[in-house]
Write a protein that binds this ligand. Sequence first.
Ligand SMILES: [Zn+2]
Length: 255
Amino acid sequence: MGWSLRLFLKALGVALGIALLFVLVHPLDLSTSPSRAAPATSALPNITPTATPYSLRVGLVAGHSGGDDPGATCPNGITEAQVNARIARHAARILESIGVKVDMLREFDPLLQGYQALALVSIHADSCQTSPDRSGFKLAVSDALQREGTRQQRARAQRLKECLKTWYQETTHLDFDPYTITRDMREYHAFKEVDPNTPAVIIEVGYLAGDYDLLVNRPAVPARGIALGILCFARTENILLPYPDDSLPTALPTP
Ligand SMILES: [Zn+2]
């Protein structure tokens, strides 16, 4: 292709990148429902210094990293810890490429205590030692937060979960499996450690049994699903929620 066309496409790419960053830097008001139309007077994005200092920071926990427990283990020696770490690294690279600061955290990272960020996502994978066609991903938010958190804290955690569910499904084509979400997931240790204003979810990215090829050989795909889910949350995308943000029930039905 000619030089001028190539230059034009390059400029277009840069412009799109800047536009995306602009959207991300736009102050995030997560308390308002995204379905509410913005007033006509604010047609132009306006950057103000009121954005919280952690509005562009997210934490990714590579499940089982840095500990003695490697999590699920396959007969060929591949461990869940290795799989989680590769997916987390890919997701971090995608997010960093558009200007998001990513904290890569170990399973029991001391930084989790009072951790403040736009979001925390802990990445785990399900068993290898189950029926070979077992497949699907799961997500959970903190049970305790759903009982004791403020309405806004609950709404933000639910929104993060729904964003991840939507985009992870869209990207990986795995089924969401709401029926085998364990108490361990809903009472995940990091939920009790992070600042209650940091929305946190744990994702089981799939089964090492039935989703082995996706998780082990194509980790960039699940990573992309996670990154897009986080961006959906950061941009308060108008995703389909099971109920409107501002009419959250105080007690959520157990999945
Ligand atoms: Zn695990």
